[in-house]
Design a protein around this ligand. Structure first.
Ligand code: S3P
Length: 416
């Protein structure tokens, strides 16, 4: 069995979230094309609607009207499984005038929110978490700018502080030691915010945002990564993703594939609203393991599960350094990767902050695997099963709709 053909991933999840959520602070109306159909982004759109934005969604085309100055005064928002929805809303609502309760499902209730509440409180915000997690209560108030160094490389944390910063008196400065995805900064610029960069610091000032007339979301880099990475290790595969996001803060998995010796061709075809193009990956025998350094992790943080699968087929050891953040995702991804790939015959060790994989190992699928309710683990295991030429039961496979509802259809189209 192999993967062959051309596919188009859905609109990027991270960017789609932001187009829906930023409308709460914006004037004007935008047509957003290729808006992600995934469940996580639906959480953001529903939240924006509950808070006062107006939207009309037709397939993947969204017309959204900003609700600047018209936020509902109180709401209970269910963010579902989506950390991006909850954390970005904390920053957006902190500078408003209402009283809000933000909550989510059992997985989201286990994830750290105090890391966002703490800097917002330094800005004057009233944000309270329950035992460091959600439900989170945010009461809008007057904010002031701060100078903030990110304690962890987290784009969600950075975004929350920047979104509060554009509502605050004075200047807010956010420094990152390692660059995380920069979609918030790019979109704030497009929406005419006062934002600039000096060295590794982002500076923002009070701004009123204006929605662009037309915004086309590039294809999701992380969704595309599943088929592209799998193509490198499944014999006879040759897969091309069209219209895919090529933002360098999101393409660390492609750099890693290339450094491991994979046959990857990247053709950049445009730069608006972010770099995008075509990526082709062909089956690549003789891959070699490598050490993936801490500073590379943010640019591939969501691709670690599928890269771990690639590493099971590479010669030598692959080490992911300082990937403790993976324990705080939709599941404990380090534990999930280690237990499930080990059950398939791979040689994987997850220590506190490190993931090490020794390859190559032939994989075989037990009749039942567990995705721990985590979409990225589920897709990784489905492709691992394909490599083993088997179709195991994957408990929690329906979670795939959280980020990639069309995954199974695309898989069926590419399988030969
Ligand atoms: C995201 C940031 C990352 C990533 C998540 C989406 C975003 O999370 O893992 O899937 O859209 O800002 P962290 O900010 O927790 O690293």
């Amino acid at each position: 069995m192999s993967l062959r053909g051309v596919f188009q991933p859905p609109g990027d999840k991270s960017i789609s979230h932001r187009t829906a959520l930023f409308s709460l602070l914006a004037k004007g109306r935008a047509r957003v094309e290729n808006f992600s159909p995934c469940a996580d982004v639906r959480s953001s759109l529903d939240a924006a609607l509950a808070l006062g934005a107006e939207a009309d969604l037709n397939g993947d085309s969204l017309v959204i009207t900003g609700s600047y100055g018209r936020l509902r005064p109180a709401a209970h928002i269910d963010c579902g499984n989506s950390g991006t929805t909850l954390r970005l809303l904390m920053g957006i609502l902190a500078g408003g005038e209402g009283d809000y309760l933000l909550d989510g499902d059992a997985s989201l209730r286990k994830r750290p929110m105090e890391r966002v509440a703490a800097p917002l409180r330094r800005m004057g915000a009233k944000a309270q978490c329950e035992h460091g997690a959600c439900p989170v209560r945010v009461r809008g108030t007057k904010l002031h700018g701060i100078d903030f160094e990110l304690p962890v490389a987290s784009a969600q944390l950075k975004s929350a502080v920047l979104l509060a910063g554009i509502q605050a008196d004075g200047q807010t400065r956010v420094r990152e030691r390692v660059a995380s995805r920069d979609h918030t900064e790019r979109l704030l610029r497009i929406m005419r915010a006062f934002i600039s960069k000096t060295g590794a610091a982002w500076l923002v000032q009070r701004s009123s945002l204006t929605l662009p007339d037309l915004f086309r979301v590039p294809g999701d880099a992380s969704s595309a990564a599943f088929f592209l990475c799998a193509a490198a290790i499944i014999p006879d595969s040759d897969v091309t993703a069209e219209g895919v996001l090529l933002n360098p803060t999101r393409s660390g998995h492609l750099d890693t594939l290339i450094k491991m010796g994979a046959r990857v061709e990247i053709e950049r075809q445009g730069d608006e609203p972010e770099p995008w193009g075509r990526v082709r990956v062909r089956f690549s025998p003789g891959l070699t393991g490598r050490r993936i350094r801490a500073e590379e992790i943010p640019s591939l943080v969501d691709e670690a599960p599928i890269l771990a699968l690639v590493a099971t087929q590479a010669h030598g050891t692959t080490v992911f350094e300082q990937v403790g953040e993976l324990r705080l995702k939709e599941s404990d991804r380090l534990a999930a990767i280690a237990s499930q790939l080990t059950a398939m015959g791979a040689n994987v060790v997850a220590e506190e902050e490190t993931l090490a994989i020794e390859g190559p190992s032939p994989l075989k699928a037990p009749s039942r695997l567990d995705a721990f309710g985590d979409h990225r683990i589920a897709m990784t295991l489905r492709l691992a099963g394909l490599l083993a030429d088997e179709w195991p039961v994957i408990v929690g496979e329906d979670s795939i709709a959280i980020s990639y509802p069309g995954f199974q259809e695309t898989l069926a189209e590419l399988r030969t």
